[in-house]
Design a protein around this ligand. Structure first.
Ligand SMILES: Nc1ncnc2c1ncn2[C@@H]1O[C@H](COP(=O)(O)OP(=O)(O)O)[C@@H](O)[C@H]1O
Ligand SMILES: Cc1ncsc1CCOP(=O)(O)O
Ligand SMILES: [Mg+2]
Length: 277
């Protein structure tokens, strides 16, 4: 039977329902993430109702990773000594049927980092979320056309790269920017929530990937829909937070407050989700 496409109003309802489920279930999310993002990513998860644990020691992974609802891996401050823990956690998550979500920060920055990201992709992430330059680097398996952790591409420039990466890896692939794109290689959904000022706060990308992990944790059989919902919810929190922000520092505070206080009416009113297929 042909799969029914979710309509725009259903997308916003789905976003609300998934946030409500995160609040109700408070999923435990293991985050192996970079030093810059630890604070904002953990606070994003707490504000959404999830339970973050920034545990990254190789020695703890065999005991701890099987207990989590989802695993989040982010290579932002990658070193040769931190990579084995990431690989081990991903393997254990997959072995235990837990979803894992990958943020390939600055994937195209160096051959070391690109190789590490391509190796992690072989360990079957459920979702990959990056900016335009990161997704293009992974899809072409080439480094160079990038500016560290920041993107030199619009998200829409990475649409074909995202589709091809999704087909190659079997992961749901999300590209953020003015339009957040989510694809499984066939279906493409765009979420147009968010404000440009989010780019002026470090680790907002890392934090929205952490949020995706929590949303996927409570709806693992619908990772695609959960990813769309998380991106839209984070963007709406940014829009509401921007209303009385004076700049990046106050937006950072307001973002967390808005996410914490989001209600059904605000989500249904503000969500801008549509098909790009
Ligand atoms: N031009 C923009 N307009 C609105 N929202 C944006 C814009 N650029 C980025 N965002 C939002 O900022 C957050 C971080 O995305 P992005 O800056 O692409 O990630 P990264 O920090 O990994 O490069 C996402 O929620 C995204 O939707
Ligand atoms: C600045 C920086 N350098 C290494 S990791 C990192 C944080 C990147 O965060 P984001 O990808 O969310 O902008
Ligand atoms: Mg990033």
């Amino acid at each position: 039977m042909e799969k029914q496409e979710t309509q725009p109003k259903e997308w916003s309802q789905k976003s609300w329902e998934t946030l409500s489920k995160v609040r109700k279930n408070s999923p435990l999310i293991q985050c192996i993430t970079n030093f810059v993002s630890m604070d904002l990513a953990a606070n994003t998860l707490l504000a959404a109702g999830a339970s973050p644990a920034m545990l990254h020691s190789f020695d703890e992974i065999p005991d701890f990773t099987p207990q989590v609802a989802a695993l989040y891996i982010n290579v932002g401050t990658l070193t040769a000594s931190t990579l084995p823990a990431m690989k081990s956690a991903a393997e254990i998550a997959v072995k235990n049927g837990k979803p894992w979500v990958f943020d390939p920060v600055a994937a195209g920055c160096s051959s070391f980092r690109l190789r590490a990201c391509l190796d992690l992709l072989l360990l079957k992430p459920t979702v990959v979320r990056g900016n335009g330059s990161e997704i293009i680097a992974l899809s072409r398996a080439s480094f160079g056309d990038t500016k560290g952790a920041d993107s030199v591409h619009e998200s829409m420039d990475a649409l074909e790269a995202a589709k091809s990466l999704a087909l190659k890896t079997g992961a749901v692939v999300a590209v953020t920017g003015a339009v957040d794109i989510v694809t499984d290689g066939k279906q493409v959904i765009g979420a147009r929530n968010g404000v440009q000022m989010l780019q002026k706060i470090t680790a907002t990308g890392c934090s929205v990937t952490a949020l995706i992990s929590a949303f996927v944790a409570v709806d693992p059989t619908h990772a695609f829909e959960a990813t769309v919902a998380a991106l839209s919810v984070f963007g709406i929190a940014g829009e509401l937070g921007m209303q009385d922000a004076k700049g990046p520092a106050s937006l950072r505070v307001n973002l967390i407050d808005s996410l914490y206080g989001l209600d059904q009416e605000s989500i249904l009113q503000h969500a801008k989700i549509s098909s790009l297929s």
